[in-house]
Design a protein around this ligand. Structure first.
Ligand code: GDP
Ligand code: MG
Length: 381
């Protein structure tokens, strides 16, 4: 018995580029869209035996490649759908078909869409298994009606910039599809056969190990999507810390232990951010905001350590301190001693004068004693 050739084809691309229509063209029948409880389009694996010995299964679903506001659901829910979809075909894909639309400008969103596909399935997924399929082939026919020698391949070769990069990424495995071609028509069969021919040229399949190896890219996507929320939470947390620091700074009873408590909480928050960032650098700017607060804490700690605690400021009893003559209570919070006012000129002079006079007296006394013992008078005699 002849061996059955099975093709597992994964269609990816932004919503509206023609994935569902392409799936219907390949299978030569209409397949209804399936949605989950949260109304997200889910992946479906539909198969057809095109001819004896040739079975084709098409995995088609949500707009994997949709970015920003275009994306339905969160990135996490979309990634979950991808995984469930891949399970349907046992994590064995013969071709990752990037569905683009002929006749429209290759925009920044299209470029980001392709990058997203590479982030989800792995940087080399397209080089390994990618095929560019451009829908709206009927428009190409109309556009090039008057140019006899214009072919799709030639047109692709004339493209430049970002779209050329996608062609390059897919190792120039390109084809044009007209999804308006009639059901059971020769045109449909021809374009489908061309697709299978291209897939035959691909060495190897995209497997579970390729998908597992791409895990860091998917984590990065999730982290990028979460960054805004993490930033908001960090700002809220640091606002609380800075409010506490303001109070401590204004207090006449600045205690280094209170500042250290704030330091511990900021450091543990910073540590959590660092773990989440996992060396990707996505949260660098958020961590920098926390570091500014840590810097403030260091300054405040220096200030607290410069102000000795336990003595009331000179002249006036401090808040909560015992009145003159009263014994200090046991649980009294030691307070920072206020700086002594610098002593004045007169005090300085008096001190200097006392010191000098004392020295002169001691020296005079010494000289007097020596004079008496070995005095010049004696020697002269
Ligand atoms: N003229 C023309 N329209 C197409 C072609 N392929 C898809 N469309 C239309 O493009 C629109 C989006 O297609 P659809 O398959 O739903 O895109 P999806 O969101 O990627 O699944 C629909 O109105 C299709 O009829 C094509 O080859 N030619
Ligand atoms: Mg669709």
């Amino acid at each position: 018995m002849d061996k059955v050739r099975r093709y597992n084809i994964l269609l990816v691309g932004r919503t509206g580029n023609g994935k569902s229509s392409t799936r219907n063209s390949i299978l030569d029948r209409k397949v209804a869209e399936v949605r989950d409880s949260s109304n997200l389009v889910v992946f479906t694996l539909e198969s057809a035996t095109l001819q004896p010995g040739v079975e084709v299964s098409v995995l088609e679903g949500p707009g994997i490649g949709d970015t920003g506001a275009d994306m339905a659901g969160s990135i996490e829910s979309n990634l979950k759908l991808v995984e469930e979809g891949l399970k349907l075909c046992g994590f064995r894909v013969d071709a990752i078909v990037v569905v683009l639309k002929y006749g429209v400008r290759f925009t920044k969103q299209e470029k980001e869409g392709v990058q997203r596909i590479q982030s989800i399935f792995g940087r080399n997924c397209l080089q390994k298994s990618g095929v560019v399929l451009m829908t709206h082939g009927d428009n190409f026919e109309m556009d090039t009606e008057d140019e006899d020698d214009m072919t799709f391949e030639k047109w692709c070769g004339e493209q430049s910039g970002d779209i050329q990069q996608v062609f390059e990424d897919c190792a120039w495995r390109l084809l044009l599809f007209n999804n308006r071609a009639k059901e059971k028509s020769e045109e449909r069969a021809q374009q489908r056969d061309r697709l299978l021919e291209i897939i035959d040229s691909i060495k190897g399949t995209y497997e579970k190990e390729d998908y597992t190896a791409a895990e860091p890219g998917r984590k990065l996507l999730v982290l990028i999507a979460q960054r805004e929320q993490i930033e908001k939470e960090t700002e809220k947390f640091l606002k609380g810390v800075n409010d506490n620091l303001d109070k401590l700074d204004a207090s006449s009873e600045l205690d280094v232990r209170d500042v250290e408590r704030e330091e511990t909480s900021v450091k543990s928050h910073l540590n959590e951010l660092n773990v989440k960032d996992n060396g990707t650098g996505v949260l660098n700017s958020v961590m920098d905001i926390a570091r500014i607060t840590l810097f403030r804490i260091q300054t405040l700690k220096r200030k607290a350590s410069l102000t000795p605690r336990g003595e009331p400021p000179r002249g006036e009893p401090h808040r909560g301190a015992p009145h003159r003559g009263e014994p200090p209570s046991g649980d009294e919070i030691p307070v920072a001693k206020k700086d002594k006012p610098p002593f004045g000129f007169l005090e300085f002079f008096a001190r200097w004068f006392n010191l000098k006079t004392g020295l002169i007296c001691v020296a005079g006394l010494g000289v007097g004693l020596l004079w008496r013992r070995y005095g010049v008078r004696k020697r002269l005699l």
